[in-house]
Design a protein around this ligand. Structure first.
Ligand code: ATP
Ligand code: MG
Length: 313
């Protein structure tokens, strides 16, 4: 069963900006789902539609089998959304914010759970402060607590770790992992692609309002991720037409320090490596050193969203 079934979602803003173009996505129940895309791709627009703060121009969405737009009240109680923008009434304390939010979901404040949330999100030491006295990272963590206060079945996080320091980010993810293991479906956007790769079992990449990939994470990395052989000659090489022809299979590319060959996605990595290495040695002699690097999610993402791949020699 899917937690979320989005079909043909469109959004054209009043000024004519097309933010979403026929977006269809399935978020499996119990998954840890990464929604990735460059700035302006449409991630927040999609999330804000799910949070009912932006109205879609067309399309439909089902949450746990219920129509999101027709059964709004039921659906709202199943979802906790952490928006990208942080906004609180400045005169409430964190506990008051959480108690008040429980009321918005029609629940009596569960103070044991509220205190657990404050503890897990490392806010217990700051309960005496008003929200305006909290730092940016603390406010963002309070926003996460706010989204979890009614124990939703689906948690949607729009860049929850922006501005959160490394250690607290780790602890926040540990907490999300626990919730996920206990059955909560988690959909998140982030620009920390290493974290997305480590945490998420599903991924969708959107660019300019369109879904360009949506599949299990390991499948994407297997299908799209490639390996590269970097050979260091300590100087830039010039590739003759003959060199290019001889190394054609490896899409040779001169780098500042030598040459880079694409090994592809072969599962037989060792033998591909040796053949490619020998082919280069025959043309340029032995390198000072050489190494193989497999693409990570960031490389795959940059390639799919047509940005120049980063080079690591
Ligand atoms: N209120 C608005 N009115 C008009 N256009 C908007 C509005 N909000 C967003 N947009 C436009 O919609 C497109 C998608 O924006 P959105 O905020 O959804 O992107 P995003 O993927 O969340 O980007 P980021 O990674 O920067 O948060 C952009 O072109 C943006 O300029
Ligand atoms: Mg955004």
């Amino acid at each position: 069963m899917t937690a979320l079934e989005i079909t043909g979602l469109n959004k054209v803003y009043d000024n004519g900006n097309v933010a979403l173009h026929d977006v269809s996505l399935s978020v499996p129940k119990g998954s840890f789902f990464a929604l990735l895309g460059p700035n302006g791709a449409g991630k927040s627009t999609l999330i804000n539609i799910l949070a009912d703060t932006v109205r879609p121009s067309g399309g439909s969405t089902c949450l746990l089998g219920h129509d999101l737009f027709e059964e709004r009240n039921w659906c709202k109680r199943q979802v906790g959304v952490v928006p990208q923008e942080v906004a609180f009434d400045p005169f409430f304390t964190p506990r008051e914010v959480l108690a008040f939010t429980s009321g918005l979901f029609g629940c009596k404040p569960d103070y044991a759970w509220i205190d657990e949330l404050l503890d897990r999100l490392e806010l217990s030491a700051h309960v005496g402060k008003n929200t305006r006295q909290l730092s940016g990272g603390m406010r963002r963590r309070l926003l996460v607590a706010q989204a979890l206060v009614h124990k939703p079945k689906l948690v949607i996080l729009d860049e929850p770790t922006a501005g959160v320091d490394v250690e607290l980010r780790r602890r926040l993810w540990d907490f999300m992992r626990e919730l996920n293991a206990a059955g909560t479906t988690i959909l998140l956007t982030t620009h920390y692609l290493d974290e997305a790769e480590e945490l998420c079992d599903h991924v969708a990449i959107i660019d300019q309002g369109r879904v360009i990939k949506a599949q299990p994470m390991h499948e994407l990395m297997q299908q799209v991720g490639s390996s590269y052989l970097w050979m260091n000659y300590g100087k830039q090489l010039t590739l003759s037409e003959e060199d290019k022809l001889a190394l054609y299979a490896y899409k040779p590319r001169a780098t500042d320090t030598g040459i880079c060959l694409e090994l592809g996605r072969s599962t037989d990595g060792q033998s591909t490596f040796h053949i490619a290495y020998q082919a280069a040695v025959e043309r340029f002699g032995p390198p000072h050193d050489a190494g193989v690097r497999s693409e990570d999610l960031e490389d795959v993402f940059l390639r799919l969203t047509k940005k120049k791949s980063r080079e690591i020699a």
